[in-house]
Design a protein around this ligand. Structure first.
Ligand code: CAO
Length: 483
């Protein structure tokens, strides 16, 4: 409790503090406006926002993307930009659209999951890029947008008249970003799909079992992987434009993207010149190495041996498996768990180099234990001892996994034609740019909206455009290819 004296002192200090504050305010107002602004942005950045986290807009708000992409690689890139807040205006051929709208259809007459899962957070406008009026609309779009993204076959954009020289002259600030199969060189004119890139980028020759043919992987490292690289290039080009004021070309070749993801295998190629790769199980098995990096089955890519092991139920469930890593620091707990405590001190098993020639026997023994438990039981038990393991999750299990729904990695969206569908949300989570996943657009859903509200065409001009054939299919509509 405060005494009377203490109360008076408190009151006096309050009054003094108020006076001092007034003084500070006075002296602050004396600072010339120019200098005050300098204080606010001394490092060239605006004052930190006082808005609550996630309510200060999205990372790419204000960025306008002319999205000329189709199939998978390009759409992956622009969907990510859309997730980050960019306004993606997808240009599609009238009456046809992105070929994937009609590919691998699961509901008759409706946009396929192939299309809907790669084209969320975009607006669709139909324009015939070879029609004179269509070209005029495209010119307006080029002037309006910051980035043009395309993944046509080599030369297709030029044949539309949209050369780099033309685009740069029309809008010197525009960034022109492309996916192609190969970079400059002997294959630059080739059309490329996912598996071609996986093979040409070195991934297939190093995937699969030693005694089997090269294998492609289910992860779309050629298409989605390259789209991801392109998105990174675009964001960097936007950042550089802040300084230079001009756009630039951004090129991602699928072969390069795959190689970047397979770089550990190029590492191994160089190590191979100096001796066998001791962490590959073929070393322990005494199988000689050839001249190139071999396929390593399920060997772990790093220095800690690992393998896929059967779990309870493997006889009937094709996904009852677990990836098990015999990480050196947890070798003791592994030995205890599998009922081999003597391996902790046995010179044949106690050290990582001693274990290398015995890996197959070691993993067979561990499998004897994992086969008695479900993959989730193995996971729970091993996690207690910090033993790194990973259950083989089926796509069914992933689709039903609650934690992935909770984080927005798997999202359910509603589509007017096909109803509810699952898509993969933004895999990049940001604390101040919260992703809102929106359904994919119907073909040409936003054509009029973009022509009038974005490009400023009048009602009269819109009527002219409508009869010009620039935004509607030709008399004999081209058929969407159904797969
Ligand atoms: N209006 C008028 N014409 C249009 C148009 C529009 N809005 N949109 C596209 N077109 C035309 C193009 O101009 C091109 O015509 P021309 O060849 O006569 O000039 C034509 O449609 C087809 O373009 P394309 O050659 O790119 O398409 P494709 O189906 O034959 O090939 C693909 C597809 C993917 C192999 C090829 O685009 C390619 O190699 N792209 C680069 C690499 C890539 O991204 N691959 C990943 C694909 S995902 O697996």
């Amino acid at each position: 409790m405060a005494t009377g004296k203490a109360k008076t002192t408190k009151r006096r200090t309050k009054v003094m503090a108020k006076k001092a504050a007034k003084k500070v305010l006075k002296s602050k107002t004396k600072v010339p406006a120019k200098k005050a602004a300098k204080v606010v942005s001394a490092n060239g950045l605006p004052k930190p926002s006082a808005k609550p986290w996630g309510q200060a807009g999205k990372a790419l708000d204000g960025v306008k993307v002319l999205d000329f992409t189709h199939v998978q690689s390009g759409p992956t890139c622009t969907q990510l930009l859309g997730y980050m807040g960019a306004d993606c205006i997808k240009v599609e051929r009238p009456g046809v659209g992105d070929i994937t709208r009609g590919q691998l259809r699961d509901i008759k007459g409706q946009d396929s999951l192939y299309f809907t899962m790669l084209n969320g957070n975009k607006r669709s406008i139909t324009i015939d890029s070879k029609n004179p009026k269509g070209k005029e609309i495209l010119e307006r779009l080029i002037k309006h947008c910051d980035v043009l993204v395309e993944n046509f076959a080599p030369g297709a954009l030029d044949r539309m008249g949209l050369t780099w020289e033309y685009i740069h002259k029309t809008n010197p600030r525009m960034i022109v970003a492309s996916v192609k199969g190969f970079g400059p060189g002997p294959y630059e004119d080739c059309k490329v799909y996912e598996n071609v890139a996986q093979c040409a980028g070195g991934a297939a020759s190093t995937t699969g079992f030693r005694d089997g043919p090269p294998l492609v992987t289910g992860a779309q490292i050629g298409d989605s992987g390259t789209g991801l690289h392109l998105a990174f290039g675009i964001v960097c080009a936007l950042y550089q434009r802040q300084r230079t004021g001009r756009g630039q070309k951004v090129l991602c070749a699928m072969q390069d993207g795959v190689l970047n993801l397979a770089r550990v295998k190029l590492r191994d190629q160089q190590r191979l010149a100096r001796g066998p790769l001791s962490e590959y199980s073929q070393y322990g098995e005494g199988v000689p190495f050839g001249k190139a990096v071999p396929r390593a089955g399920n060997d772990s890519g790093g220095g800690q041996p690992g393998w896929i092991l059967k779990c309870k139920g493997w006889e009937t469930d094709p996904d009852a498996y677990i990836y098990f890593i015999t990480q050196a620091p947890v070798w003791g707990p592994i030995c205890d768990l599998i009922g081999k405590p003597e391996w902790k001190t046995d010179p044949d098993y106690a050290t990582p180099p001693a274990r290398l020639p015995r890996l197959r026997h070691i993993f067979d023994t561990i499998e004897g234990w994992t086969k008695t438990k479900s993959k989730f039981e193995v996971m729970n038990i091993c996690n207690e001892y910090d033993i790194p393991v990973g259950p083989i999750l089926s796509m069914k299990e992933i689709a039903e996994e609650k934690s992935l729904r909770d984080t927005g990695t798997v999202v359910e969206v509603d589509h007017p034609g096909r109803g509810k569908y699952l898509t993969v949300g933004n895999p990049v989570k940001m604390s101040d740019s919260i992703t809102e996943v929106k359904r994919s657009p119907l073909l040409g859903e936003h054509t009029e909206e973009i022509l009038t509200k974005v490009l400023g065409y009048s009602a009269k001009e819109l009527a002219e455009i409508k009869i010009s054939g620039a935004i509607t299919p030709p008399e004999k509509p081209a058929k969407a290819e159904a797969a």
